[in-house]
Design a protein around this ligand. Structure first.
Ligand code: HEM
Length: 187
């Protein structure tokens, strides 16, 4: 069974070099120069780690069958040799979001915000993995850890997608978002 738990360790070691860290909303994260990603429950000990973010992949909450068909048909794999750029964007939503019912959240995510459609329109092949944090413990600093990989030539396209998502009603519930950009060492 593939690992579901992932740890993102910001410090001085790891395959990914951090090129930019920007707090879009809320508190920033402490500075780090490299990122290590560990899967499973083992977290490599890095005495110089500035932060460790943990999240777990989960079942979908908001996709219908047709959307899932499109996502599966188009999504590229993580770890492609040409995808040397990445974005790690941890996100926390506010209490008002979590006080909504699942139906209300679905309506905001899908009908009012068109999150999945906007994603597929802007960048149908974007390699991504969504991790949930809330079920791990009560004190995780974020609710979601999002991870994306793309080729350097797709950076503008990725930035346009992000700008479009940050303008949708769903994003009004985001109370903390840190945009971390990375580049991978050539192997
Ligand atoms: C091709 C681009 C994208 C597509 C197709 C896409 C699609 C999706 C889908 C289908 C879900 C819901 C999963 C579920 O059913 O539980 C989701 C959730 C999410 N996505 Fe995206 N997404 C894209 C890009 C992005 C980007 C660039 C961000 C920026 C950080 C982002 C942030 C999130 C977050 C935070 C969630 C969790 C929302 C929640 O459960 O409240 N997505 N995305």
């Amino acid at each position: 069974m593939p690992a579901r738990l992932f740890s993102f360790i910001g410090g001085e070691t790891g395959r990914w070099r951090i090129t930019e860290m920007e707090a879009i909303v809320g508190e920033p994260l402490p500075a780090a120069i490299r990122l290590e990603i560990a899967s499973g429950s083992e977290i490599p000990s890095d005495p110089h780690a500035s932060w460790v973010l943990r999240g777990i992949t989960s079942n979908e909450r908001y996709v219908d069958r047709e959307e899932r068909r499109q996502i599966v048909a188009k999504l590229l794999d993580l770890g492609r040799p040409d995808a040397t750029c990445a974005a790690l964007i941890p996100i926390r939503k506010n209490e008002a979001w979590w006080a909504l019912t699942q139906e209300e959240r679905l309506s905001i995510f899908k009908e009012q915000s068109r999150h999945t459609k906007i994603g597929l329109e802007h960048f149908p092949t974007l390699a991504r993995r969504l991790h949930h944090c809330r079920d791990l413990s009560e004190n995780e600093p974020f609710d979601f850890i999002t991870w994306f990989e793309y080729a350097p030539s797709d950076e503008v396209r990725f930035n346009n997608l992000l700008a479009a998502l940050r303008a949708i009603p769903e994003w009004q519930y985001v109370e903390r978002e840190v945009d971390i950009r990375l580049e991978r060492d050539q192997v």
